[in-house]
Design a protein around this ligand. Structure first.
Ligand code: ADP
Ligand code: MG
Length: 474
């Protein structure tokens, strides 16, 4: 999987020159983030971290990831409509994981009341690594699918231009011209715009539900801009604003400050720390409303690690997608080994297997956002402590994927320029819109490549571990 610029990697002065150009290009193109010191103001901003060079990605695996995205969209949508499956799958998890339990309670409540929402919008990102099997042939293996607040579709739309510039500076114009265009922010906005249109009120707005700390605002602004360009009004509000100023009318139309909301696009609400009691109440209000939630609470639950693990059981995909044998086969081909730690004989055996050989596995709780998984010795210690307790059912176990590392430079503000051994994770954005029972849009909307130094087992860009990258197909 060598890239055709390994020759220049050790040319210190050429690399330094290219890095200066790269940083300025990133600032010019808008690959931006607010700073840690001033996360809620744009007076001082910096570039979002990125690789100096694009990373080699096997073109067959890249195409495979795109080809399976519509299948994953269908699957997530099917799970979200399957009350029995969600209930059965999450039964053990909700007993021990309070966060999943609270989400689940809202899900049950809105179903009991009857769904007011009739248009559904899903924006997800399916993430993969390229596993090097015993014979060294890389295979596409899914890490997870993110069904809420999947980010970096905006900033990654702008990294191609930066990497193109760097390659030219390094005398690789031919390679620069081979970089693929990529614009997820446009694809996501087209989905939001379609949902807004089907909601059917010209004067209604799209509400971005945003965090208290908004360092990654520019990524979201890319999507917002695409909506404004289509004359769709966008407002940005926090859960707290919804608690204070949100209301429903008799038909469960959602109003914020007197403005009707057609679509709620969550860039928040996926981890326990996003919620206090008032925020939970705000979430319930939004879920009860007629507004199109992206995602609705059932779709958020469809993205839990526990659901991912249950999908890998023989027969489950077939039951969820009857009559879609080819889609099922494409989906299953991307699965790594996934194992349940539910109480009982099967779970006992899995726990013992992981304790005996911890380096083969990753232990994952029902959390998002990076930095929560356990590996190696830590995995062994934790699992040993909880192996006989129901607490173990709040985790799933997964085979550890082992990609072939490659050398690159990770550019971060205030960090020295040094070469690192890196691995990459490819994400494909999926967008779909359903009206009642009818799928009216189902698309792959672009990609995101993130790269990190191999010494970090875990973590994404927002967690400060991975950086933005651009695939170079080989
Ligand atoms: P999160 O919801 O926190 O993003 P992930 O499942 O994506 O959870 O895991 C976080 C990170 O941990 C991934 O980006 C990847 O770098 C690493 N990781 C997760 N699962 C595996 C695995 N099976 N093998 C190797 N690395 C993994
Ligand atoms: Mg992840």
């Amino acid at each position: 999987m060598a890239a055709p610029w390994d020759d220049v990697l050790r040319d210190k002065s050429a690399i330094q020159e290219a890095a200066w150009v790269a940083v300025d290009a990133a600032l010019l193109e808008g690959v931006l983030m607010r700073t840690e010191g001033e996360p809620n103001a744009s007076d001082v901003v910096n570039y979002a971290p990125f690789t100096l060079l694009p990373s080699a990605v096997p073109s067959a695996l890249f195409e495979q990831a795109y080809a399976v995205q519509q299948d994953f969209n269908l699957l997530v949508d099917a799970i979200s409509q399957n009350k029995e499956f969600l209930e059965h799958t999450l039964a053990s998890t909700v007993k021990v994981d309070d966060f999943t339990a609270r989400l689940f309670r809202i899900h049950v409540q809105v179903l009991e009341e009857g769904l007011a929402q009739s248009v559904f919008l899903g924006i997800n990102r399916s993430d993969y690594m390229f596993d090097c099997g015993v014979d060294g042939t890389p295979a596409l293996k899914q890490i997870e699918i993110n069904t809420i607040a999947a980010s970096f579709g905006g900033l990654t739309s702008r990294t191609v231009a930066v990497h193109g510039r760097v390659l030219k500076v390094l005398g690789k114009s031919k390679e620069a011209s081979r970089l693929l265009p990529n614009n997820p922010s446009k694809g996501l906005a087209l989905g939001i715009a379609k949902a807004w249109e089907l909601y059917g009120s010209q004067s209604a707005v799209v509400m971005f539900l945003v965090e208290e700390v908004q360092r990654n605002i520019f990524d979201q602004r890319c999507v917002e801009n695409e909506l404004w360009n289509r004359n769709i009004r966008v407002i940005r509000k926090r859960f707290r604003d919804v608690f204070e100023k949100g209301s429903l009318d008799d038909a469960k139309r959602l109003y914020m400050d007197g403005q009707e909301v057609a679509v709620v696009y969550y860039r928040e609400g996926y981890v326990p720390k996003n919620y206090d009691q008032q925020n939970w109440e705000a979430r319930l209000l939004l879920e009860r409303s007629r507004a199109v939630k992206c995602p609705d609470i059932a779709t958020q639950l469809a993205g839990t690690k526990k659901v991912q693990q249950e999908l890998s059981r023989p027969g489950t995909l077939e039951r969820l997608l009857p009559g879609h044998a080819e889609a099922v086969a494409r989906i299953r081909a991307t699965f790594a080994g996934l194992y349940s730690l539910d109480m009982g004989e099967e779970g006992d055996k899995i726990a013992a297997m992981a304790i005996a050989d911890p380096d083969r596995f990753v232990l994952k709780p029902q959390r998002e956002g990076g930095g929560n998984n356990l590996y190696g010795e830590e995995l062994r210690q934790v699992l040993e402590k909880i192996r006989d307790s129901p607490e173990r059912t709040s985790y799933i176990l997964m085979d550890k994927i082992k990609p072939q590392p490659a050398m690159n430079y990770l550019l971060r503000a205030h960090s020295p320029l040094q070469v690192s051994e890196c691995i990459s994770e490819l994400g494909i954005f999926g967008v779909y819109v359903r009206q009642g029972k009818e799928m009216v849009m189902n698309k792959a909307a672009g990609h995101l490549l993130r790269t990190k130094a191999i010494e970090h087992a875990d973590g994404g860009v927002a967690a400060g571990v991975a950086v933005l990258d651009t695939p170079y197909l080989v």
